[in-house]
Design a protein around this ligand. Structure first.
Ligand code: AMP
Length: 283
């Protein structure tokens, strides 16, 4: 695995491959890697000739400064994991490389409704920051394929919108969520949970399963109400949302039609840690 820190060095390296950009797959990350990230690398390696992963903790997508400052950094371990996974290139740009003119005057994107609801509502500015960094990274890597995790369901939709808005020629690939043995979705934030919180955390997955199992039998409003109550009873301190939504628009659905393809999305706090998860369901 080669480690490159500038867009110029990366482009010089990639241009030497006849398959670039059509056979280049890109896996952007913020580091603190786990098996979820590595599943994206694995999928990309299976499907593409060149796999580029990046690690960059993007300050512009943190609506909460404390969350940014506490974001885990485990670069040595991450590098070893990516090398073991046979990633071809690790792109490690500096803040100045990503934002040469600073972060004060970055573009805003017209994301429409999808940018304002759910995560967009509870984390104002978050998706602007995601788009700013993804747009910059895509312009530096110029891949033909982008690999994203279903774990961040709404983020996938937002990035799809960004790709359409900017007319970047790119194919998106969404990789299923990797979970711990007890169902907890793997996340870099999980390492900040105390042992007691870690025991409570799978309740979010259990509630997703419960909503899925009862979707036809119980009204959506009572399903989501009970899920909120159950999470609070389990020890979660606050539930931002539990929503049953259309898969494309993420618009809330109160009365699902039989056979309708939907997704259940949740965000809740366990102590100071905000966890999100989702599950696709068919009504
Ligand atoms: P992050 O480092 O959190 O920005 O995540 C980088 C990429 O890994 C994003 O596309 C995430 O959706 C994806 N990802 C994070 N956790 C998981 C998981 N448990 N399973 C699959 N993909 C994941």
């Amino acid at each position: 695995m080669i480690i490159l820190k500038t867009a110029a060095a990366l482009q010089q390296f990639l241009q030497s491959f006849p398959g670039h950009p059509h056979q280049t797959g890109f896996v952007p990350t913020m580091g603190a890697l786990h098996k979820g990230h590595l599943s994206l690398v694995k999928k990309c390696r299976e499907e593409r000739a060149i796999t580029v992963a990046s690690i960059f903790v993007n300050p512009t997508q943190f609506n909460d400064l404390a969350d940014f400052e506490r974001y885990p950094v485990t670069l040595e371990k991450d590098t070893a994991l990516l090398a073991d996974a046979k990633c071809d290139v690790l792109f490690l740009p500096s803040l100045a490389e990503v934002y040469p003119d600073g972060t004060g005057n970055l573009p805003e994107y017209d994301l429409g409704e999808i940018g304002d609801i759910l995560e967009g509502f509870y984390r104002p500015g978050h998706f602007s920051g995601v788009c700013q960094v993804v747009h910059r990274l895509l312009s530096m890597v110029r891949p033909g394929h982008l690999y994203l995790g279903q774990k961040d369901y709404q983020q996938c939709k937002v990035i799809e919108r960004l790709v359409n808005l900017t007319e970047i020629s790119l194919q998106l690939h969404i990789v299923p969520t990797v979970r711990e043995h007890d169902g907890l979705a793997m996340s870099s934030r999980n390492m900040r949970l105390s042992p007691a919180e870690r025991k409570i955390a799978p309740a979010i997955y259990e509630e997703l399963c419960r909503v899925k199992a009862n979707l036809g039998a119980e009204p959506v409003s009572s399903l989501t109400k009970h899920a909120v109550e159950n999470l609070l009873r389990a020890g979660f301190s606050k539930v931002d949302y539990i929503a049953v939504a259309e898969r494309d628009t993420l618009a809330g659905v109160d009365q699902p039609a039989p056979g309708q393809e939907l997704v259940v999305l949740m965000a809740a706090y366990l102590g100071g840690i905000r966890l999100i998860d989702n599950m696709e369901v068919i009504a």
